[in-house]
Write a protein that binds this ligand. Sequence first.
Ligand code: ZN
Length: 146
Amino acid sequence: MKQLIVGLALMFAAGMANAACEVNVEVGDSLAFSESSITVEASCETVTVNLKHTGSLPAAAMGHNWVLSKTAEYQAVANDGMAAGLDANYLPADDARVLVYTKIIGGGEETSVSFSLSDLDAGESYTFYCSFPGHTGLMNGTFTIS
Ligand code: ZN
């Protein structure tokens, strides 16, 4: 009986860890993320962000992505990416300020990205955002490593 309880406790702990290391974010035919802030645990080896576009407009009209940069840099990155075009996900090429990103998706599409926290600093201020032109000002939120 004692073994069973320990086993269940371990399963519960593992489940909790998975939940904190995987984030589901939804977007639609408006300029909003379903989450205004995201917190992940520093113990996560890998963080996975699943982005789902529940709207119906195509990527060219209402595309969204999920990008992570330092808070001090994200607006400049979005500005610099405007001219890059949809095929380049409106992000500057080979730019070290782009820490993590997904491709831009349209209505009915999903994408995901996994990344290690080892290159990030828990004491740094990070912001996630959509780099589609005109979206960044409304589509952004804080990303915290706890
Ligand atoms: Zn967007």
